[in-house]
Design a protein around this ligand. Structure first.
Ligand SMILES: [Zn+2]
Length: 418
């Protein structure tokens, strides 16, 4: 963790500033803290492998005891939930390897860790909307120099899309240590990970951020009123006349419809009533998806009817006083890859002379049911020149790649993703 991050961290329970307890075991450099104990007015918290753990769940207590006894490796094992020696050793080997991929690391964490479809995450319909809305709102309110937070951001797939919007590193907050650790290492390198509980007050000072967002997680939060109040507090303008910030809750389910992994959603009015200091605008995700599939612009000036909202399985909520937010935002393609350009792993590849035949194949029926809307931009089959496929490694997005990247036939994946 960067030392200066201490300036914005606050204890979630007493609100006090946190500082490194120098008298207890710690490892630090001039600008980073690697391991140690952070103290406030009311408690002490472990900081494990560069990640502050600002909750008091059982693993945090075990990790804290290990750190106090000078055993940082065991503290990390506790936070990863690795409780038998052979699993822990296998994981440590992957974690210390310079060639292990995100997939290798996820597999070393065991079958219960991130089941599901992380391999396809960057092209799924929920993700492409989250990415477009986060970038449109984030670019508007961050101005290249203010700070963003992705709350309940998991392993950082959406955090990744915030990295180039500001010179200030985005904060990624999540309850699961392993996920934010993976994000810092692979999916969102350069982000500042913080391990904390979304059902408790957020461990940050008022007005620390200009953009607070949460996607695909809010329906699982029980303390929704507190959560939104905290998002409002985090982006509160720190001085009169300061540029206004924004709150985004993306992909939250609608009580009036049924969806897989439903959570405890509210109705559109229920979500609106959570806000006290900002007037939110609520969008059905379907129209935003149509904008993205069409290549933009993303129209945040629209006002969806009550009927549209009532029938939308997923909603996006944006709250801001910034005049640039509720506007039409162009979706500008990048000219170079942020990571590695690769053929979308949803395609099988078959060599055919100088050409490569790609065929769309879903991993299973459940995937097709939940994410089948990707057929609106992923063609069933296509053929590329072998030389074009080889040119992906240059990372340049030009010529036919612009359209293939837009349609997610080519994806811009983190380095060493799989
Ligand atoms: Zn405290």
């Amino acid at each position: 963790m960067r030392i200066e991050t201490l300036d914005v961290l606050r204890c979630p329970y007493c609100g006090g500033r946190l500082s490194l307890v120098d008298s207890i075991f710690h490892r630090r450099t001039d600008n980073q803290i690697h391991d140690g104990i952070l103290g406030c007015h009311c408690c002490i918290f472990p900081l494990v492998d560069g990640i502050p753990v600002l909750h008091v769940l059982p693993a945090a207590t075990v990790a804290r005891d290990h750190l106090q006894a000078g055993r940082p490796e065991l503290a990390r094992r506790a936070m990863f939930g690795l409780d038998n020696d052979s699993d822990a050793e296998a994981f440590d080997a992957v974690a210390s390897s310079n060639t292990a991929t995100y997939r290798d690391t996820v597999e070393a964490l065991g079958p219960n860790f991130e089941g599901g479809y992380f391999l396809y995450r960057f092209s799924d319909p929920t993700y492409i909307v989250a990415q477009a809305v986060a970038r449109a709102v984030g670019a508007t309110v961050l101005g290249g120099k203010r700070r963003a937070i992705d709350i309940c951001g998991g392993s950082g797939h959406v955090t990744r899309t915030l990295l180039d919007l500001s010179e200030m590193p985005p904060v990624l907050a999540d309850l699961y240590f392993a996920k934010v650790w993976l994000a810092r290492r692979f999916t969102a390198p350069g982000c500042e990970p913080v391990c904390c509980d979304g059902n408790a007050p957020m461990p940050f000072a008022r007005g620390t951020f200009s953009f607070a967002m949460c996607t695909d997680a809010f329906m699982y939060i029980w303390t929704k009123r507190q959560f939104v109040g905290e998002m409002e507090r985090l982006v509160e303008a720190r001085a009169p006349g300061a540029e206004p910030g924004a709150v985004l809750i993306g992909h939250t389910h609608n009580e009036r419809t049924w969806t897989p992994s439903h959570g405890q959603p509210l109705s559109p009015e229920g979500y609106r009533d959570l806000f006290e200091t900002f007037e939110p605008r609520i969008f059905g995700e379907g129209n935003l998806f149509t904008d993205v599939v069409a290549g933009g612009p993303l129209d945040l000036s629209r006002r969806d009817s009550q009927d549209t909202l009532d029938k939308s399985p997923a909603l996006a909520i944006v709250a801001s006083r910034h005049p640039g937010v509720f506007a039409k935002h162009p979706l500008t393609p990048p000219d170079t890859a942020a990571g590695e350009l690769r053929i979308n792993p949803l395609y099988t590849q078959e060599a055919d002379g100088d050409r490569v035949r790609l065929t769309l194949v879903f991993p299973n029926e459940e995937y097709a049911d939940e994410y089948g809307a990707c057929r609106q931009y992923l063609p069933e089959a296509l053929t590329l020149d072998r030389s074009a496929v080889a040119a992906l490694s240059s990372g340049r997005v030009s010529g036919e790649f612009v359209e293939l990247l837009r349609r997610k036939v080519i994806v811009d994946l983190p380095k060493r993703y799989y």
